[in-house]
Write a protein that binds this ligand. Structure first.
Ligand SMILES: Nc1nc2c(ncn2[C@@H]2O[C@H](COP(=O)(O)OP(=O)(O)OP(=O)(O)O)[C@@H](O)[C@H]2O)c(=O)[nH]1
Ligand SMILES: [Mg+2]
Length: 200
């Protein structure tokens, strides 16, 4: 197999606990990041399907984990619920942390993690935690600096260099790229990384 067709992605199922996830076989890559970072928009840009994952101006729109299957039949993309959603109460936040923590620790078919950060606010405390987790578990991690259209070329480039240095000095399975769902910038680069994790 040479490459996967991402525009073949179809909604498979939602889950709010591990037991509701699809069979743990084949390979999947999960999209994580704080609420409003642009996870759902990036999935829609990647799959050329503006209706695939719901996007919203209201942070915390996606409260469930959503699984999308590719036409290969054995590969999936996963939209994780955003973290840092201010309006959830402590109990809901705990539930979220337990669920995501369990998913990351247990999921055998998880082949890579995409961590999305608004290019104007990279590397929050939670982002750092996800990076540490990827280092400890040797999980391939791709950081997407999203909404790159919001910055001029110079500042965008310097943020990319800074984050790149920060990541690659720690482990060679961490990498970063700029991304704009609005301009469809970075889609081919993202596809190449996904192909490597899912088919490599
Ligand atoms: N200018 C610009 N806006 C974007 C881009 N990507 C996302 N947005 C906007 O950012 C907001 C949040 O995008 P979503 O894709 O819903 O973010 P999310 O990470 O899925 O959010 P949750 O589901 O709440 O965790 C929406 O208003 C999008 O239109 C981008 O590349 N450029
Ligand atoms: Mg979303």
């Amino acid at each position: 197999m040479s490459a996967l067709s991402y525009d073949s992605a179809r909604f498979l199922t939602s889950a709010q606990q591990l037991s509701q996830c699809p069979e743990d076989e084949g390979g999947e890559v999960a999209f994580a990041g704080r609420s409003n970072a642009g996870k759902s928009s990036a999935l829609n840009a990647l799959t050329r399907n503006s209706k695939l994952a719901r996007t919203s101006k209201t942070p915390g729109r996606t409260q469930l984990m959503n699984f999308f299957s590719l036409s290969s039949g054995e590969h999936r993309l996963v939209d994780l619920p955003g973290y840092g959603y201010a309006k959830v109460n402590r109990e809901m936040k705990q539930d979220w942390e337990n669920f995501i923590g369990e998913y990351l620790a247990e999921r055998q078919s998880l082949k890579g993690l995409i961590l999305l950060m608004d290019i104007r606010h990279p590397m929050s405390e939670f982002d750092e935690m996800m990076v540490r987790w990827a280092i400890q578990t040797r999980m391939p991690l791709r950081v997407l600096l999203t909404k790159s259209d919001k910055l001029k070329r110079g500042p965008a480039k310097s943020t990319l260099l800074k984050v790149s240095h920060q990541l690659t000095s720690q482990a060679n399975w961490l990498s970063v790229q700029a991304f704009s769902s609005l301009k469809k910038d970075g889609v081919a680069e993202l596809e190449a990384w996904l192909n490597e994790q899912l088919l490599g």
